[in-house]
Design a protein around this ligand. Structure first.
Ligand code: LLP
Length: 430
């Protein structure tokens, strides 16, 4: 039997072994790998909707809009599920806006975040009629006002404030501290709001913050809320009404038996504070990404070679850092489990690595696995920031994606071919 640290499966409510074979909802993953090949991302619609339901239950009875932060996973089939469930979208580029429209999402529920919106993107979003621009600097305010006024339009804006709280997460995904490139400093916010209120092309509608990602503790959220509400009070005293408060995203998921608060529990705690401070009737916006899709997805991969070594044993798989960039980028942990359990093999400690020509191309370190070449594995909690961050490094085509709904499985993206990859390239004329 296999003795891995990965049982029970972390964060995977719709994933289970049935007669030794891993299933997502009612679908045997091995069969999907047979049919569509590997590496293959597979998502559970029920897991996505259950994650969303946790937010909806925490926010029940409130004027709240959940805007899925689609950078976590922007595949059209995934967006369709959230759009049909009533979500708006938090976008960070014109390309993401195009995706919302292609997936049938409601542009009036779109908010546009990001420190570097181009003028073209601003025009595109103004024409589309999005709900709000989350502005990140004074310079951006001036440019947006000029562009909107030139189009005889008014841009609805919220200013992203940096509450200077420590989200206690990986430095690359912590965004709410001084010294991050995001938002405007808390102490400058009132002055910048006053300035925004004077600009002809803008209408101030809200305030927003986002303190980081993969947050597993409630305290930074409560602290950030206090800081933001202090600002709302002073901005409104200055005569600028704040219609909505956007608390961003950031809630963590279970990668390695992590224990983030459940979304409903987190929101009950946050709403208690909002009520206590007299802002309970205010419209709330939020921008969750990872917590809606992360645990709903797995990446299926095949063992290509086992490579025993003096210092380390390597398990070479057909998925790589171009498919699953999080370990290489953030030393992130993803559980790795076999699709077929109960192999009559000894468990051996492996570094699980991909075929890309970089030592940084590892997916898991020191994993006890009972596998042989040709076996298949599932990399868990791979719904967020995997496919959306995938690249073509080493001219590897991006993986295919399947969405599972009960007993049904639908291909939502076919595997990228070399021709797809070379489509926009041109040979030299001579
Ligand atoms: N809102 C804003 C303004 C953001 O910058 C982000 C994420 C979100 C919402 C959604 O945060 P979430 O709920 O997903 O934590 N690639 C990294 C994560 C980068 C997050 C960037 N911003 C990773 O794989 O861990």
């Amino acid at each position: 039997m296999i003795a891995t640290a990965s049982f029970p499966l972390p964060g995977a409510p719709h994933l289970a072994y049935r007669e030794e074979n891993l299933q997502l909802e009612e679908v045997a993953l091995d069969q999907l790998a047979d049919r569509y090949g590997t590496p293959l991302f597979v998502y559970s619609k029920a897991a996505m909707l259950a994650a969303l339901a946790a937010y909806q239950s925490g926010l029940a009875g409130r004027d709240a809009q959940i805007c899925y932060a689609m950078k976590a996973n922007s595949s059209l089939g995934v967006l369709q599920v959230f759009a049909q469930a009533g979500c708006g979208f938090d976008i960070v580029s014109g390309g993401e806006l195009d995706r919302v429209i292609a997936a049938g999402g409601d542009v009036r529920k779109v908010i546009f975040s990001g420190v570097g919106k181009t003028r073209t993107e601003m025009r595109q979003a103004l024409l589309a009629g999005i709900a709000c621009f989350n502005v990140e600097s004074e310079a951006e305010l001036d440019v947006l006002s000029g562009i909107a006024a030139g189009m005889q339009l008014i841009a609805p804006v919220s200013i992203r404030v940096n509450p200077n709280v420590d989200a206690k997460t990986h430095p690359y995904i912590s965004t709410g501290l001084k010294g991050n490139k995001f938002g405007v400093a808390h102490e400058d916010a009132l002055r910048i709001y006053r300035h925004a209120a004077t600009l002809p092309g803008l209408r101030v509608v809200g305030i927003d913050c986002h303190i980081g990602s993969q947050i597993t503790d409630t305290t930074p959220y409560l602290d950030a809320m206090d800081r933001v509400l202090d600002l709302v009070a002073s901005i409104e005293t200055a005569g600028i009404p704040i219609e909505h408060i956007d608390f961003g995203g950031g809630l963590g998921i279970d990668y390695n038996h992590d224990t983030p608060p459940a979304a409903d529990a987190l929101w009950r705690a946050l709403l208690a504070k909002l009520d206590a401070r007299g802002y309970g009737n205010r419209k709330i916006m939020l921008e969750p990404g990872r917590s809606l899709i992360g645990n709903a997805g797995v990446c299926l991969t095949e063992v290509l070679y086992l490579k025993p070594g003096e210092q380390k044993n390597f398990c070479v798989i057909d998925a790589a850092m171009n498919d699953l960039p999080r370990p290489a980028m953030y030393q992130a942990f993803h559980a790795i489990v076999p699709l077929a359990k109960g192999r009559d093999l000894p468990a051996v400690n492996y570094d699980v690595v991909g075929p890309v020509c970089e030592s940084g191309d590892w997916i898991g370190r020191d994993r006890a696995l009972a596998v042989q070449s040709g076996d298949r594995l599932a990399v868990l909690s791979a719904g967020a920031y995997c496919m959306s961050m995938a690249s073509n490094y080493n001219t590897r085509g991006r993986a295919a994606e399947v969405l599972v709904d009960g007993q049904h499985a639908q291909l939502i993206r076919s595997r990228e071919t070399p021709a797809d990859q070379m489509r926009n390239e041109r040979l030299l004329a001579s």
